[in-house]
Design a protein around this ligand. Structure first.
Ligand code: GFB
Length: 311
């Protein structure tokens, strides 16, 4: 990518898209194309077609998606499968029609089978059944990967797909019903502290393990791969380290400064027992994360405190 290359970031107001923009801007990329949901409805084929015909972006980061935590995925599977398929079909096919030079598609670690050997290598894709709570989302993301690979094969396009682990950071969703675990815990412990509550309820047993990556590290990896990776195969993006939800809750409790107890709400699902990514492929390309979890949680808590009124 040249500094003045025309780059379209789909989903630029979200957790991932906003981090990609911060990174691109700080690296001097000065021709970014951004469209709000009001300006461009990515579910609408005609609008997306017209957008690509008129703007003709050279590079595309496909970070637009219907996303959410375990409960949101489990409650709205129809929305997750329909909206994600529709958004990625519209963008990928119109990118092809308008001659986009390169596209990066963001998948998710939930594409891998539930009972995968750990850590999860890229080649484990489609080797077993998926986790039930996010099957609809995972199937849509797997379709996106296969679509990129099929277009590369049939049309000679350069579309790469990356699989991030669980993400967190600025501009995350802090809504307790629809968010992922890390922002939910920051909010729960913060509110418990200021309201002098005796306990905080965490969902499930606390025993599932998750790997967390700061979204600024993810953005850095995406831009690195856009510039340096041209293979058809997917690439995992993570830290290579995971912790249990119980341990995460203890860490958030300490950082927020809550002194009460942690209790479990076992009426809520645990989801996948573990999904630690094997990041040896990414490391062999010479990219490694920089932000350690403890520091990342502290920074995200500060962001939350500053933006709390809006979240
Ligand atoms: O982050 P999370 O919602 O998604 O939940 P997944 C991770 C774990 O944290 C689960 C537990 O075991 C939850 O039960 N947890 C504990 C909580 N307390 C809470 C809480 O207050 N809120 C939430 N949300 N969880 C998602 C997929 O799975 O991961 C998506 O549904 C996507 O499709 C995303 O792939 C990365 O890691 O289980």
């Amino acid at each position: 990518m040249e500094k003045n290359s025309k780059i379209y970031i789909a989903g630029h107001n979200g957790l991932v898209g906003s981090a990609i923009i911060r990174n691109l801007k700080s690296n001097g990329f000065n021709n970014l194309v951004l469209k709000t949901h009001k300006e461009l409805d990515l579910l609408d084929w005609q609008e997306v077609k017209k957008f690509f015909e008129t703007e003709k972006p050279e590079y595309v980061f496909l970070a637009a998606a219907r996303v959410g935590g375990i409960l949101e995925n489990d409650t709205y599977p129809a929305d997750f499968i329909f909206q994600n398929l529709q958004i990625q079909n519209n963008i990928i096919h119109n990118a092809y029609l308008s001659g986009v030079k390169k596209l990066l598609f963001l998948g998710s670690s939930c594409i891998y089978p539930r009972e995968c050997p750990q850590p999860i290598k890229e080649e484990y894709l489609l080797t077993g059944p998926l986790e039930r709570t996010n099957e609809a989302y995972a199937v849509a993301k797997i379709s996106g990967i296969k679509m990129c690979q099929s277009y590369n094969k049939q049309y000679g396009t350069k579309y790469i797909s990356v699989m991030p682990t669980n993400l967190y950071g600025p501009n995350d969703n802090f809504d307790l019903n629809s968010s992922h675990v890390l922002p939910a815990l920051l909010r729960k412990f913060h509110e418990a502290k200021i309201n002098n509550q005796k306990e905080v309820l965490i969902w499930g047993t606390g025993s599932p393990k998750r790997e967390f990556l700061h979204v600024d590290d993810l953005a850095d990896a995406c831009i690195f791969l856009m510039e340096n990776y041209n293979e058809n195969e997917i690439v995992n993006i993570g830290t290579g380290q995971d912790i249990s939800i119980r341990e995460l809750a203890e860490a958030v409790k300490r950082i927020v400064g809550f002194e009460g107890e942690i209790k479990n709400d076992t009426s809520k699902p645990d989801g996948t027992p573990r999904k630690l990514l094997d990041v040896s492929k990414l490391h062999s390309l010479n990219w490694k994360h920089k932000i350690e979890l403890n520091q990342g949680i502290k920074d995200t808590y500060q962001w939350f405190l500053k933006n709390y009124e809006q979240s």
